[in-house]
Design a protein around this ligand. Structure first.
Ligand code: ADP
Length: 399
């Protein structure tokens, strides 16, 4: 529904009694009214608060009404200005209209006349607001529609490809079984199994998306030794990287560092970053995982740095949006580990959600054709907390 916000009026009039009587009149008509005793003070108020309508006398000391009008329009052309003038200075009212005033009210001011002019002005403002809100809604709808098209096209591509692989190998299996030659069957079953695992993973990431914003990534938070954790991940991935002829390094301080996170989720986040580093780094490249506790302060920086294709600077914000991919998805290789391998554009949004719901941050720096660095910032568990937790842990395990 389109919002109908209150209209704020600023009244500029130098004579206190007249000002008070106008204020009463405009408030009586149901509007929020503030006042100022001259143009200069009026302009100061406009800079401090958003007004929709300014009603100003033309004949005033310090700054006359025409100059006030000119400055208001220069500051914000959307503020509607209504001028109040005596019959003797009607030509000034006409000048004001030429300078962009909405209308003029003649003295002595009658409440019926004011009502008609104010209603017209309020209607104009409401129409304009409604128009802006409709434009915003339209833009949102367009983005949602584009996202929907992209989602359909990505799922179509990412799920259709592995399913076709499975179908192809099942046909081969069928032929092999007919020929009763068991030699190739084991290899085909392996391929079918791997492809099914990858497809299930894809479907899993899609369903994870629906958990966003529900704190469901905070499950099973425990004390985690970052050094051991990264070492495990490093050992698990070494072979995968060496198969692609990419050097994988791990750099860490010797002193063990602890964080309080869900190990399962953090592993998932780092896995997404490592998988991207692998996918977007050509053969012969290098990926370095590092963990630093700069100046021994309370932050731990886990970086995954690659020498890959990099990301254009205008796309750096967008890559954390679900389903966003810099490259055209039709150019994907079907394997998730091959250079420029396929994905759904959800890995980074998933990683960001996990890291932020663990109280951390993720940042990226990148240069096209040089490489990218993704850095996770987590809060270190302090020595005192560590001692307390391990005491609790011991007493819990005794009971
Ligand atoms: P995807 O499933 O496509 O990998 P992500 O959300 O993980 O989805 O990443 C979104 C996009 O960000 C990728 O498609 C890619 O264009 C870009 N990207 C992510 N990581 C890297 C990287 N290390 N090097 C270059 N581009 C990257």
């Amino acid at each position: 529904m389109i919002e109908d916000k209150q209209i704020h009026i600023l009244l500029i009039e130098d004579e206190p009694e007249v000002r008070m009587s106008y204020e009463d009149m405009f408030s009586f008509l149901g509007h929020s009214v503030s006042s100022a005793e001259n143009g200069q003070l009026g302009l100061q108020k406009i800079q401090q608060k958003q007004y929709d309508i300014v009603i100003t006398d033309l004949n005033m000391p310090v700054m006359d009404g025409l100059e006030t009008l000119r400055r208001i329009k220069k500051y914000d052309k959307n503020i509607e200005v209504i001028v109040i003038t005596g019959f003797a200075t009607i030509e000034n009212a006409i000048k004001a209209m030429k300078q962009g005033a909405f209308d003029y009210i003649t003295k002595p001011v009658s409440i019926d006349h004011v009502k008609i002019i104010l209603n017209k002005c309020v209607q104009k403002i409401r129409d304009k607001r409604e128009n802006e809100q409709l434009k915003d809604l339209n833009r949102e709808l367009k983005t949602l529609n584009e996202l929907k098209d992209k989602f359909i096209s990505i799922t179509n591509h990412e799920i259709r490809t592995p399913l076709s692989v499975i179908k192809g190998y099942l046909e081969l299996l069928d032929m092999e079984l007919d020929a009763r030659d068991g030699e190739e069957i084991e290899e085909y079953i392996n391929i079918i199994n791997n492809t099914l695992d990858e497809t299930l993973e894809t479907i899993e990431s899609m369903s994870e998306l629906s958990n966003f914003g529900q704190n469901s990534f905070k499950d099973n938070t425990t004390l985690l030794n970052v050094n051991e954790f990264l070492n495990e991940i490093f050992q698990e991935n070494r072979l995968l990287f060496s198969k692609r002829e990419i050097e994988l390094n791990l750099e860490m301080d010797h002193e063990p560092l602890y964080v309080s996170v869900s190990p399962k989720r953090m592993r998932q986040a780092i896995r997404e970053l490592l998988q991207n580093a692998l996918k977007f780094t050509p053969e012969g490249g290098k990926v370095t995982v590092s963990c630093k506790n700069i100046d021994l302060k309370d932050k731990i920086f886990i970086s995954i740095e690659d020498t890959g294709i990099g990301i254009p600077s205008d796309k750096l914000e967008l890559i954390f949006e679900p389903f966003y991919e810099v490259q055209n998805i039709m150019n994907h290789s079907s394997s998730k580990t091959a250079f420029m391998g396929g994905g759904m554009g959800v890995g980074l949004s998933l990683a960001k959600e996990i890291i932020e719901s663990s109280g951390g941050e993720i940042h990226v720096e990148s240069e096209e054709k040089k490489g990218s660095v993704f850095t996770i910032v987590l809060t270190k568990v302090s020595e005192s907390e560590l001692a307390e937790k391990s005491v609790n842990h011991k007493s819990e395990s005794r009971t």
